[in-house]
Design a protein around this ligand. Structure first.
Ligand SMILES: Cc1cc2nc3c(=O)[nH]c(=O)nc-3n(C[C@H](O)[C@H](O)[C@H](O)COP(=O)(O)OP(=O)(O)OC[C@H]3O[C@@H](n4cnc5c(N)ncnc54)[C@H](O)[C@@H]3O)c2cc1C
Length: 415
């Protein structure tokens, strides 16, 4: 027997779990039902989303997480970013964006993905109206006029009027509904780890462009160890394999050479993980009763730390469209009008962040010629032009689109 839900969210990673939480109160208030299906057992430590990475969260994301009631739990594990420092190896000049100069308490916050996962999943516990299927892998999907039918890995099926694909960049749901995704391989692999430095990081986040690829160095909170930073080093696949296999001492020497001495000597490296980097872009975000959000809609290079920030805005915008649909007589969250509203609302923000991130990778990936000169000029100009800095610091709040209620600190029920 199939069970029909008002909506089913496939994938309980960073974005899917955020959406589920965003809708929890609405489900309770309206008596609607949601299924949340996640391939990995929650909080088992095996989640590909809540792994050993750290994420730089924008102020906009912090506000959303506060409205969802998870920020207080995340806060002890979060490091505020007081300044962003951008430089290029072998070139003079750097660009700096200072939170205080922008009138902000912080430019953003660095949070371990695991802490975020624990906070989201502990609140999903499950609230009334949410049926958790975890571990449970979705294997297939078919649609008719009234609902979509999901096939699960235990052989059972489940029907839902709306299916949300939050199952990551390799989305099975996206493929099952026949939506193509363009994949532009950057020919880079991100090697991430955590290291200790012998000078205090003072909350500064560094982006350093080197001949071998960009390195991001992000401040971590004291709870993770004194003077600890997270590093994301994008390298060619062959270099990434070589660097990952180095003994700690040799790894630290190479990292130090590429990053420099701004944080003093780097010591005590942690576990090294690797992520192949590509721009994955779904041709459309809606297909019938299916909507794609987060990495299932767009997977970005981490150079600007925008993937989850953008995906979280997907989640809270969709939550508002669904909540508004529940308030209508028809109450069908998968109706074409509801999903068309969502797709139109997200178009500009999505486009802007995809182009911005991809443009940055290409600009700083260029080794020779006019692009290299342009970016040196760009860094110098950027450092002296306050409007450019202000534009960048507001970019990550929503790219000029109307902000959904949860991003304005309002509940879904307040109009
Ligand atoms: C090295 C690196 C650094 C990054 N740094 C930042 C940063 O600083 N700031 C930022 O904003 N973003 C950052 N990102 C991007 C961010 O990690 C992603 O945007 C985010 O993880 C997307 O979340 P998601 O929930 O959409 O997808 P995922 O994290 O891929 O989660 C998908 C979930 O779906 C589940 N799933 C998959 N298939 C199925 C199925 N068939 N059935 C059921 N469940 C399924 C998976 O188990 C998983 O839990 C970074 C990415 C990388 C690679």
């Amino acid at each position: 027997m199939s069970d029909t839900f008002d909506l089913a969210v496939v994938g309980g990673g960073m974005v899917g779990a955020s959406l589920a939480l965003a809708l929890a109160d609405t489900l309770q208030a309206t008596g609607r039902r949601m299924a949340l299906l996640e391939a990995e057992p929650p909080q088992s430590g095996h989640s590909p989303s809540f792994d050993g990475r750290t994420s730089a969260l924008s102020n906009g994301s912090r506000r959303i997480l506060s409205t969802l009631g998870v920020w207080d739990q995340v806060l002890p594990d979060a490091a505020p970013i007081s300044r962003i420092h951008i430089s290029e190896q072998g070139r003079f000049g750097a660009a700096r964006i200072d939170a205080a100069e922008q009138g902000l308490a912080a430019m953003g916050y660095v949070v371990p993905n695991r802490s975020l996962g624990e906070a989201l999943w502990s609140r999903l516990g499950p609230p009334p109206g949410v049926s958790l299927y975890a571990p449970c892998k979705v294997l297939g999907l078919a649609q008719d006029a009234d609902a979509a039918t999901l096939t699960l890995d235990d052989g059972k099926t489940l029907r839902a009027r709306l299916v949300v694909a939050a199952d990551g960049a390799q989305s099975l749901v996206r493929a099952a509904v026949g939506v193509s995704a363009s994949v532009a391989d950057y020919g880079q692999v991100a090697v991430i780890t955590q290291v200790t430095c012998d000078r205090p990081h003072q909350g500064v986040a560094y982006e350093r462009f080197t001949a071998s690829g960009p390195i991001a160095v992000l401040p971590l909170p004291p709870i993770l160890g004194p003077q600890r930073v997270a590093t994301v080093w994008a390298l060619s696949p062959a270099e990434a394999t070589r660097v990952r296999a180095l003994p700690d001492g040799a790894f630290l020497t190479e990292l130090q050479q590429a990053f420099g001495w701004r944080l003093g000597r780097l010591t005590l490296a942690g576990e090294r993980l690797a992520y192949p980097l590509a721009l994955v872009e779904a041709a459309q975000t809606v297909a019938g009763r299916v909507v794609m959000i987060g990495n299932a809609a767009q997977g970005l290079h981490p150079i600007a730390g925008q993937g989850f920030n953008l995906g979280l805005r997907d989640a809270v915008t969709l939550a508002e469209c669904v909540a508004d649909a529940f308030a209508t007589a028809e109450g069908d969250a998968g109706a074409a009008t509801v999903l068309a509203r969502y797709a139109a609302w997200r178009r500009a923000d999505r486009r802007l962040l995809i182009s911005f991130t991809d443009g940055l990778v290409k600009l700083f990936g260029a080794r020779f010629g006019p692009l290299r000169t342009a970016r040196s000029l760009g860094l110098s100009l950027f450092d002296v032009l306050p409007p450019l800095k202000a534009a960048l610091s507001t970019l990550s709040t929503g790219g000029g689109s109307e902000l959904p209620r949860l991003a304005r600190g309002l509940s879904l029920r307040s109009l």
